[in-house]
Design a binder for this molecule. Structure first.
Ligand SMILES: *Cc1c(COP(=O)(O)O)cnc(C)c1O
Length: 374
């Protein structure tokens, strides 16, 4: 009764579109946080089928789970707890995005213990002031990496950084820092195979920041990273259709209070439909009273009354005769198909589309679909 239908053709199409925009660069598809709520394995398989050259997650556990699920080929991850044991990563051939000396030594120790060679990429901070080695750490980190590479304990395959998206000038300053780091890495005797800076936003607007690799997340799922441009304007197709069904219908007289606190009272006699999805499923409770709507029988209909943990109410009065128990309710999907855009919710919630899709809860069944061939 709660389904996030994930269009595999849409994800494959989005990958082809990203490859068209990047014109031959390697494409790392980011499937962290359960593939931005779409299902990590579903997203990874479809992205690879669409031509992604590598998969990435934030957490090591997510990367290992993908390997266990049968995803072959390169997988990168870059965010680790203190004291992480990298043994499982080395065994599974997961590439480690190393942010500081202690991590580098921990990866080397795990590889040495196994008589194996770990693959790492240096994650550097060029101005975001978040995860990644600070400029004053680069020289020592790269020198130690070269030493361990000469020893055969690890291979440094790449170097990458992440943009703050603070503006074109700031992007260029970060790129200049990355260029400087690449120069230092080469001077240390390491020639990185992969250099990457651009996530979705820079991939679609700043070709000069593509280097030889881009690292894209939200656009894989067909969503726009910009407030002022839609998926369709970028040539992307939203992959997720969030839907449920009507599980109860009730005719009510004018004056009927609806849901907790009666903060919605029906002005006229109408029909109320019960939909079994709530804030535990990622439908923000604060959408209450905001004008959020869903589509039922192809028509936009308002969510009324407070959203519960498991269920909400839709006023379907004008649809009487066209609906019954089991009629599908579309919460969001591809606006080109007449569904509400996820950006309506993110706009009402004063957040970004990323947060809405990543917040779809575990009770929602992710259904991979070959429907809608593109
Ligand atoms: C999440 C993430 C990405 C992907 O960002 P999008 O804006 O979704 O393309 C890329 N790089 C890093 C380091 C990230 O954390």
């Amino acid at each position: 009764m709660r389904v996030a239908e994930i269009s595999l053709p849409a994800i494959r199409h989005n990958l082809r579109r990203i490859r068209e925009v990047t014109n031959g660069a390697n494409v790392i598809a980011v499937v962290k946080a359960g593939g931005y709520g779409h299902g990590a394995r579903i997203a990874a398989e479809a992205a690879l089928a669409g031509g992604a050259t590598m998969i990435a997650t934030a957490d090591l556990d997510e990367a290992l789970a993908l390997r266990d699920a049968g995803i072959e080929g390169p997988i990168l991850c870059w965010l680790f707890g203190v004291g992480t044991d990298f043994g499982a990563a080395v065994d599974a051939g997961i590439e480690i995005g190393v942010s500081h000396a202690q991590q580098l030594e921990a990866v080397a120790a795990a590889a040495r213990k196994r008589g194996a060679t770990a693959t790492v990429q240096f994650k550097i901070d060029t101005g975001l002031s978040r995860n990644g080695a600070a400029p004053e750490e680069w020289e020592a980190l790269f020198a130690r990496g070269a030493e361990l590479q000469a020893e055969g304990v690890l291979r440094v395959r790449g170097i990458f950084s992440h943009l703050a998206n603070a503006g074109d000038e700031q992007d260029r300053a970060q790129a200049a820092q990355l260029d400087r780091a690449v120069g230092m890495l080469r001077a240390a005797g390491i020639d990185p195979e992969l250099i990457h800076l651009a996530a979705s936003a820079a991939t679609f607007r700043s070709p000069h920041l593509h280097y030889n690799t881009v690292r894209v997340g939200v656009t894989v799922y067909g969503l726009s990273p910009y407030a002022d441009r839609t998926s369709a304007q970028l040539g992307l197709v939203p992959a997720m259709t969030l839907r449920s069904e009507i599980v109860a219908l009730r005719g009510v007289p004018a004056g009927t209070g609806v849901s907790y606190g009666f903060n919605h009272v029906c002005e006229v006699a109408t029909t109320l439909a019960l939909v079994p999805m709530g804030y535990a499923d990622g439908l923000p409770r604060a959408l209450n009273g905001s004008g959020a709507w869903v589509t039922v029988a192809g028509e936009p209909r308002p969510i009324v009354g407070r959203i519960g943990m498991d269920q909400f109410i839709v006023d379907v009065g004008p649809l009487a005769g066209r609906i019954e128990l089991g009629t599908p309710v579309i919460l969001f999907g591809d606006p080109e198909l007449g569904h509400p855009a996820v950006e309506i919710w993110s706009g009402l919630m004063r957040t970004i589309n990323y947060e809405i899709v990543a917040g779809i809860g575990p009770r929602v069944h992710r259904l991979a679909s070959e429907g809608g061939e593109l």
